[in-house]
Design a protein around this ligand. Sequence first.
Ligand code: MRU
Length: 356
Amino acid sequence: MSSQPIPHTDNVSLAPGGGAVRILDQSLLPGETVYLDLSAPEELYEAIASLRVRGAPAIGIFAGYALYVLSLRPGAEDFPAFLARCREDRDYLNASRPTAVNLQHMLDRTLAAAEGASSIKEARAAMQETAFAIHREDIEMCRAISEYGLSLVKDGDGVLTHCNAGPLATSKYGTGLGPLFLSRERGMTLHAWVDETRPLLQGARLTAYELQRAGVDCTLICDNMASLVMKEGKINACFVGCDRVAANGDTANKIGTSGVAILAKHYGIPFYVLGPSSTIDFTCPDGAHIPIELRDGGEIKEKFFAKPSSLPEVKCYNPAFDVTDHSLITAIVTEKGVCYPPFDESFAALFGRKED
Ligand code: MRU
């Protein structure tokens, strides 16, 4: 694995000096490019909860650095007290968002590094090493996922995307958007149809921004236009990311993803989920067991409007994710290869296990 330093201009990194996590504040994009250095527990929690850092793999990378940075706080009397505080920090950060399993996986992995040490100094060094390893592995996994994803389409194809699964949501290349960036590097032409992704507009604000800047041909549409665009024959494949994949292949991703999958099935278009194996939750049997985050209704009525779109007293229901049934998914593209149904069997063949 490469030991190149991670640039501080990445969307997530360890800030110079190593005492804070540096993030590109995604909540301000595309209008403002602002980096934040975060080190207090409440700031780190808030950054995840407010989607300043977002996208399942990026949240996982952030989690590793965040737990390490929190371990640097003075005040732990001895090693057992230090570990007890690390466990509390882990639980605190893990409560910031419930759906993306990468948060839990990477917090657990960084905590395990501390638990395997025998002194505070050794534990901090192991946690830092683990955080860097998580980051570097993600870069390599995204690259591999992008290669496998690109093998599923051909020059000239139209690809529908939902939410943002690009470099901002990961480390480099991304997952769902990775094949599009790679196609550009290879001189191929893929056309991206970008769902704006209500209510937080990750498609309009982030996916269109990343693709446009990279020179990938893209067109923004409202979410409710996807059916028409499919009917017009413009879409050859759908590429989406994932926040938690259950052992049977049911997949939680940004709200609206399951609707895209249902449309794709209707029009006979392949629907691909792309994500690293760290997003598969082998302890979760199916989608009914995936916790779905509920967010404030203000995101629907007020957030991106000059004036509220609805009366203040109107009730809102704002689930941030939905679950796409495995029967609607053509394949799940991981860093180890393309998994076709039945997913429990193809996961077992690639990952050699059914449970963690
Ligand atoms: O609420 P968000 O913006 O964090 O939701 C992100 C998504 O749904 C992404 O598609 C998913 O995390 C995969 S990112 C590679």
